[in-house]
Design a protein around this ligand. Structure first.
Ligand code: ACO
Length: 429
């Protein structure tokens, strides 16, 4: 089989042989196809990069048809079952699972960088009383670049590692403080005797007790949710991190851009929409009427369907299981019954079967977060904490990829040309 594409340009009658490698052709090869010597080369129009590979990556593998998700080759189900978020973070950053000594060192480093400069605290206290925690997180991660100006030396491997450790370590501190600010509660300093996730819960919920120790089942469930969100290849926020990072800016600024992308309702906000939908449905008896509304095109079944997964999102299966553990501690969220029945009916319905619409990661995650007593504004903050190692692994890969260039897509210009400017005093006379 010849691994190439023969293209005939009907404008000129000329034929071109375009090599195929890894199931792709190089856009630069298409650029050689021209209608005339002075004409621009052929380009690809692809809003949202729906069918354009922007990089080579060995971080995450997804097969959406089969419902497979792997980090560095390890199936997500196995990592969620047997690993910890910090170990998964190590795997994503370093490309291999740690030895015992490497893990202990990693855990020690992350644990001892959880504190932030006191001025960061002052900075965060300056936000309006009702500031959205995601906006606070985005701004404070960006602000960290001013506290660590050496982070701009992105060619230095040791320096890169230092910033990666700092960012993974400080994200829960900034996330928890963003939460406490809106509640008018004092910020809680990190407790370095606790695990990564237990410490996060302590910074969120500790009041006057001398030590806050969360129920182990809750710690495990939240840790699992972080694992499930740790990376998802070239999604909108990761693409933002890579795009901004391609200018060779420091990683705090690049990750702040990723947080900005995740802030948007089309990316990080679907689980909140699921909760609103379940509340609106209100009871199991109303489900058939709701499903009819969806099929008639009046509604969308939120938490169903995915651009990549045309099968059960593997993360949704794991979250569904985690629901049981969390509700054992917190009591069952009454919306769970509606969600389960809705899923059952939808999975048997021809409309959803035909379109390969299955539950995605957001169908059950909002229910769990609500059981933790997180307000919906915090859902994306939790997502951002989980996604940080993925953003950083992708950023690290970018900094060492010789094929990468500054991100600068082409456009198809649709505006005017060569207009003559008339000064204001003439135009307005
Ligand atoms: N409810 C009802 N119908 C749906 C749904 C849904 N949730 N999702 C897709 N469809 C239908 C579309 O109407 C379309 O039908 P048609 O062929 O008759 O026109 C068909 O299925 C294909 O859908 P597209 O919109 O073309 O699929 P796309 O890949 O563009 O969209 C998306 C994916 C945006 C996730 C969509 O499924 C959706 O809106 N889902 C609900 C929102 C949601 O849960 N988002 C979270 C995604 S996970 C994440 O981002 C972390």
């Amino acid at each position: 089989m010849t691994e190439s594409l023969t293209v005939r340009d009907n404008r000129t009658g000329q034929e071109y042989d375009v090599p195929i490698a890894d199931g792709t052709i190089k856009a630069a090869d298409l650029g050689k196809i021209k209608a005339g010597d002075d004409e621009p080369g052929l380009a690809v129009y692809d809003p949202g990069f729906v069918n354009t590979a922007s990089c080579r990556s060995s971080v995450t593998y997804i097969d959406g048809e089969k419902g497979i998700l792997e980090y560095r080759g390890y199936p997500i189900e196995q990592l969620a079952e047997g690993s910890t978020f910090l170990e998964v973070a190590y795997l994503l950053i370093h490309g291999a699972l740690p030895t015992k000594a490497e893990y202990e060192q990693w855990e020690h480093e992350i644990t001892f960088h959880t504190f932030v400069h006191e001025n960061v605290k002052g900075f965060m206290e300056g936000f309006r009383y009702d500031a959205h925690p995601m906006g606070m997180l985005m701004a404070s991660v960006g602000a960290l670049s001013t506290f660590y100006p050496e982070a701009s030396m992105i060619q230095d491997a040791e320096n890169r590692q230092m910033q990666i450790v700092r960012m993974i370590a400080k994200m829960p501190t900034l996330g928890a403080w963003s939460f406490r600010h809106a509640q008018g509660k004092p910020f809680v300093y990190p407790d370095n005797e606790l695990s990564y996730t237990a410490n996060f819960l302590s910074m969120l919920f500790k009041m006057s007790e001398s030590k806050y120790e969360a129920d182990e089942r809750l710690v495990k469930a939240l840790d699992t949710l972080f694992i499930l969100h740790a990376d998802h290849e070239q999604n909108c926020s990761t693409n933002a991190v890579r795009s901004v990072g391609s200018s060779q800016v420091d990683p705090y600024s690049a990750v702040a851009a990723g947080i900005g992308a995740l802030y948007g309702p089309l990316h990080g906000g679907a689980n909140e929409a699921v909760l609103r939908m379940l509340r609106r449905i209100g009871s199991k008896s109303e489900i058939p009427a709701f499903i009819e509304g969806v099929k008639n095109g009046n509604e969308r079944l939120m938490g169903f369907g995915h651009r990549v997964y045309k099968n059960y999102d593997p993360r949704a299966k794991i979250i569904k299981k985690a629901c049981d553990d969390v509700f054992e501690v917190t009591g069952v969220n009454p919306l769970l019954e509606i969600a389960q029945e809705l899923e059952k009916i939808a999975l048997e319905d021809e409309y959803f079967v035909q379109r390969k619409l299955y539950p995605n990661v957001d169908f059950y995650s909002g229910l769990i977060y609500e059981a933790f007593q997180f307000p919906p504004e915090m859902f994306t903050v939790l997502f951002a904490i989980g996604r940080t190692p993925g953003w950083l692994a992708q950023w690290l890969e970018l900094t060492q990829d010789k094929e990468q260039k500054i991100a600068r897509p082409k456009q198809i210009y649709t505006g005017d040309r060569g207009l003559e400017f008339t000064p204001r005093d003439v135009r307005w006379a």
